[in-house]
Design a binder for this molecule. Structure first.
Ligand code: AGP
Length: 615
C-alpha cells in the first residue's frame, strides 16, 4: 500500500503535492518523492524515511512548476532505498505507482534484453520503461499508457507525466484506489480523498480499468474497453478527522474493513490460476523443504498466527512444527541445529523479543526465515538472505490492536504450507498435490469475498456487543485451530476494552476454568460445524448447566446451537478450510464495538505500544 498524488493547475505544485502526501502518510512512509515539470524539464526530489525527510530534501532541491506527481511508499518490491523511492524517471517519462505488478520479473527480463537499464529494484520502473519506449515509437501519451497497461498483470493506480506534453497527467487504476478531485482552477489525483480535501469536495471515484488524462480545466476518462465514459462527480462532506480514517471512526475499524483488500494483495501473483501452484518469489523452498523441523517464534497476535498456522503446516507438510513465545524462547536453552528452520512472525518486524529469538537461532546455526509486513525490517534483515522473507502486504497498520496483520499472517502461513506441500520432496504425501491442495488454494482465492459477506453483518455483532458490554470478565473457548482463535479473540477484547478475557482450549475447561462459570461470566464458544464440533457442543452444555451465558460463534444455519445460546455471532457458508480467518472477523468486530461503546481509546489503548522494541 502506497499513496500517490497528482496536480495540474496554475499554482505552484510542490506544496500542494507535499500537503497531499502528508494526508496519505498512513498508507506508507518508508520513502517519498515528488516530480514536477517546468519549461520542458523534469524536477525530481526523493528521500528515504518519513515525509519530513522529503521536506528537508525539497529545501535543497525544490521542484518548481504547476504540474506534478508525488508518492509516499510502503515497499513491496525492493528495499526502502533512495533508488527505489518513487517517482521513477526514464527518458522524460516519470511515474508514481501504488500496487503490485505480478509479471514484473518476465517484463523486466524482456526489457533488459532489449537494452533497457534499470535504476531501481521496483516493479514500478517497468511502467516508466514501457511508456517511454512507446513514446519513442511515436505514440501519444494516452496510447503509450494503454500499450503499457496491456502488458501489465496485477494491481495499479498510476500517474504519469511526460516532459514533452507538459499540461497533462496520464492516470490509470485497477484494483488500487484512485480519485480525481475537481477544483476551481485545477485537477487533482489521489489514492484517497483526504489528500485533496483542502482544495475541493467534488470527487470522481475511478473504477477498475479506468484510465485517461487530467488537464487543468478538464478530465478525460476511458473505461477498460478504451471507450470514453462519464463518471459521476460526488460531493464529500467529511470532517478532516473522518477523512483521515476514510470515514471510519477509528483506524482499527478501518483496518478491519480493509481485510479483503489486504488479503487480496497478500495472495496477488502467488497462486497460479491454471494449476493452483503456489509461487513464493524470493523464498528458497528447496532449502526449507529439506529441514526436518520448524520452530515458529513470535509474540502476541503474531504468536497466535503461528499457533493457528501450525495446524495447516503439520497437516499438509508433516514437518514437525513447534510454536514458541519469542520472549521465552532463548531463556530455555533451545535445541536447534542446521536441520531445524526457525520462522519468525512479526507484523512490525521490529519486536525486540522476536529479534532476540532470531539471534539465538543464528548463534545455534539454524536457518532463519521470516513472515513480516515491513520490507527490510529488522526481522527481514536477521533472516537468512538465502532463505528469504515472506511479506504480508497488509499495508501500514496504525491501530495498536492488530487486525489485518493477523489475518494476512494466517494467509501467508497457508501459502507457505501449500508451497511446501507442493514441493517435489513431499510428493508422497496424501492428496495434497491433488484435490486437497487445489481446495485450499481455491478457498484462499475466495476468502476476500467471504470476508466481505461477514463484514456486511456488522450490525448483528454490534447488537451482541451492546448486550454484553457491561460484563467484567469473559471466557473464549475453541478446539483445534479454533483454540488460538479463541486466544486471539480474548486478546483483542482485553487490550482495547480492558475487560478481563481468557482464551482456553475447550477441552481444558473441565480441568479448572469451569469453576469460574456462573451467570456473570459470559462464554464465547467458537463452534463452527466440522471436526470436534460435537465435543464443543458438549462443553457448551456444561457451561449452560452452570448458569453461564453463551455467545456462540457458529454457522448461520445452526439453529440448534443458536437455541442453546443467549446470543450468536454468525459465520456464513464458506469453505471450512478458511474458518480460522473467518471466525476472527466477528471477534474483532465484537471487541471493537464493546470498546467503542465503553468509550476507551480504541486506537491507542492505555499502556500499549504498537511495536515493542524493548525487552
Ligand atoms: C496485538 O493486538 C498486539 N498489538 C501485540 O500483541 C502484537 O501482536 C505483538 O506485540 C507482536 O508485534 P509484531 O507482530 O509487530 O512483532
Amino acid at each position: 500500500m502506497c499513496g500517490i498524488v497528482g496536480y495540474v493547475g496554475d499554482q505552484n505544485a510542490e506544496p500542494i503535492l507535499y500537503e497531499g502526501l502528508t494526508k496519505l502518510e498512513y498508507r506508507g512512509y518508508d520513502s517519498a518523492g515528488i516530480a514536477t515539470l517546468k519549461e520542458g524539464r523534469t524536477e525530481r526530489c526523493r528521500a528515504v524515511g518519513k515525509l519530513v525527510n522529503l521536506r528537508s530534501a525539497l529545501a535543497e532541491t525544490p521542484c518548481p512548476g504547476s504540474i506534478g506527481i508525488g508518492h509516499t511508499r510502503w515497499a513491496t518490491h525492493g528495499a526502502p532505498t533512495l533508488d527505489n523511492a518513487h517517482p521513477h524517471h526514464v527518458d522524460g517519462v516519470t511515474v508514481v505507482h501504488n500496487g503490485i505488478i505480478e509479471n514484473h520479473a518476465s517484463l523486466r527480463a524482456d526489457l533488459i534484453q532489449s537494452g533497457s537499464h534499470f535504476a531501481s529494484h521496483t516493479d514500478t520502473e517497468i511502467f516508466a520503461h514501457l511508456i517511454s519506449k512507446a513514446r519513442q515509437s511515436g505514440m501519444s501519451l494516452l496510447d503509450s499508457l494503454r500499450d503499457a497497461l496491456k502488458r501489465i498483470e496485477g494491481a495499479y493506480a498510476i500517474a504519469v507525466v511526460d516532459e514533452s506534453v507538459p499540461g497533462q497527467i496520464a492516470f490509470a487504476r485497477l484494483a488500487s484506489p484512485l480519485v480525481i478531485g475537481h477544483a476551481e482552477d485545477a485537477h487533482h489525483l489521489a489514492s484517497d480523498i483526504p489528500a485533496v480535501l483542502n482544495y475541493t469536495r467534488r470527487f470522481t471515484f475511478l473504477e477498475d480499468g479506468d484510465h485517461g488524462l487530467l488537464f487543468q480545466d478538464r478530465s478525460e476518462i476511458y473505461d477498460a474497453n478504451d471507450d470514453s465514459v462519464e463518471r459521476p462527480v460526488k460531493v464529500i462532506d467529511w470532517s478532516p478527522v473522518m477523512a483521515e480514517k476514510g470515514g471510519h471512526k477509528h483506524f482499527m475499524h478501518k483496518e478491519i474493513f480493509e481485510q479483503p483488500r489486504a488479503i487480496t494483495d497478500t495472495l496477488r501473483g502467488r497462486i497460479q490460476s491454471s494449476d493452483k501452484k503456489v509461487n513464493l518469489e524470493g523464498i528458497d523452498l528447496d532449502a526449507l523443504a529439506s529441514c526436518e523441523r520448524l520452530v515458529i517464534v513470535a509474540c502476541g497476535t503474531s504468536y497466535h498466527a503461528g499457533m493457528t498456522g501450525r495446524y495447516r503446516l503439520e497437516a499438509l507438510t508433516r514437518i514437525p512444527t513447534q510454536v514458541e513465545l519469542a520472549s521465552e524462547f532463548r531463556y530455555r536453552k533451545p535445541i536447534l541445529d542446521s536441520k531445524c528452520a526457525v520462522l519468525a512472525i512479526s507484523q512490525s518486524g521490529e519486536t525486540a523479543d522476536t529479534l532476540a529469538a532470531l539471534q539465538e537461532a543464528e548463534r545455534l546455526g539454524a536457518p532463519r526465515i521470516g513472515i513480516t509486513n515491513v520490507i527490510d525490517s529488522a526481522v527481514a534483515r536477521h533472516c537468512d538472505q538465502s532463505l528469504g522473507t515472506l511479506y504480508t502486504r497488509a499495508g501500514p497498520e496504525i491501530g495498536v490492536a492488530s487486525t489485518k496483520a493477523f489475518t494476512t499472517q494466517l494467509v501467508a502461513l497457508d501459502l507457505l504450507a501449500l508451497a511446501l506441500a507442493q514441493h517435489e520432496s513431499r510428493s508422497g504425501l496424501d492428496g495434497v498435490q491433488s484435490q486437497a491442495g487445489v481446495d485450499l488454494a481455491e478457498a484462499l482465492l475466495r476468502l476476500p469475498r467471504d470476508i466481505e459477506a461477514l463484514l456486511d453483518n456488522e450490525d448483528d455483532v454490534l447488537k451482541v456487543a451492546r448486550d454484553f458490554l457491561k460484563h467484567d470478565h469473559m471466557l473464549y473457548l475453541g478446539r483445534q485451530a479454533m483454540f488460538p482463535i479463541a486466544l486471539e479473540g480474548a486478546l483483542k477484547l482485553k487490550e482495547i476494552s480492558y475487560i478481563h478475557a481468557e482464551g482456553y482450549a475447550a477441552g481444558e475447561m473441565k480441568h479448572g476454568p469451569i469453576a469460574l462459570i456462573d451467570e456473570t461470566m459470559p462464554v464465547v464458544v467458537i463452534a463452527p460445524r466440522g471436526e470436534g464440533y460435537e465435543k464443543v457442543v458438549s462443553n457448551l452444555e456444561e457451561v449452560r448447566a452452570r448458569g453461564g451465558k453463551i455467545i456462540a460463534l457458529c454457522d448461520d444455519d445452526d439453529v440448534e446451537l443458536k437455541n442453546l445460546s443467549e446470543a450468536s455471532l454468525m459465520l456464513p457458508k464458506a469453505s471450512a478450510l478458511m474458518r480460522p480467518v473467518l471466525a476472527t472477523i466477528p471477534l474483532q468486530l465484537f471487541a471493537y464495538h464493546i470498546a467503542d461503546l465503553r468509550g476507551t481509546d480504541v486506537d491507542q489503548p492505555r499502556n500499549l505500544a504498537k511495536s515493542v522494541t524493548v525487552e
